[in-house]
Design a protein around this ligand. Sequence first.
Ligand code: ATR
Length: 289
Amino acid sequence: VINTKTKLFGVIGHPVAHSLSPALHNWMLKHFDFNAVYVAFDIEPRLLRNAFKGMQAFGIAGLNVTLPHKASVVDYISFASPQVRHLGVANTIKYTESGLQGYVTDPYGFTESLGSQKEKFQDARVLILGAGGSAQSILYALKDLGCSEIVLYNRTFEKALQLAAKASDHLGIGSITALQSEQLQDAVNDAEIIVNTTSVGMHPDTGNPLPFDGILKPSHFVYDLIYNPLQTPLLRMAEKAGASWQHGLGMLIFQGLRSLQIWTDTDVQLNSNDLELLTAHLIREMQNS
Ligand code: ATR
């Protein structure tokens, strides 16, 4: 029931019409029996300041932040987690009486979505495709997962170079290098794990191929951050090669779970049965939208 004690959470973005976050969070709020609802707010950039004043006035307990506000939101935060300070973005805002707190829950989302596959990352050679905001979050997670060697490939080489330098300096990842396109085939062959953080293969442009083909092996583990479609051309390639693979829905779920833990000061967890039900719920939601 909704009553005078019902708390309000939400996501702010522009646009947000296709966000899966309301479906994800309202499922979890109900599942964990929190007296709260989660809604989507479409906030134009010029109204962001007013939105945070409103958050304070209305006592909105927590917000997720998505494009295009992830970086500008940092200006309104009184307490920034170390990851927010390092990455310069926040995707989770918590209201407290002493001001807004900001967090990034994507690295946790990636790590926890791996489940038993986590072990594969210890001392592994990992190839990351892309050098944007998501790639940075993944680097954070990879460091904690104990990867031994990371190579970055990006359409725009300069960005891969910059990210590799930043990660070496700030994250203390020892071996991290940026690849030129002629090195990509060899890098795919050498890597044990491949993580796609680019939007290549994402709906509606699902025919878009990655710049390598036919060289994946059964020993590869391929992770694509994309969840729409669930199986991108890259993941189909992985399946065809007999490699193991994972889509991005798990990461979406676990970054959301971490936001909920932060807002509610709890350690709520999803077991494998919960995960299966929630995944099916989100797939239905995607099909209906
Ligand atoms: P995100 O926060 O999701 O990482 P982003 O910071 O805009 O988003 O980064 C998008 C990434 O996808 C970049 O690495 C981008 O490559 P460029 O740096 O060359 O722009 C990559 N990307 C997007 N569309 C691509 C395409 N069609 N082919 C190859 N890479 C693409």
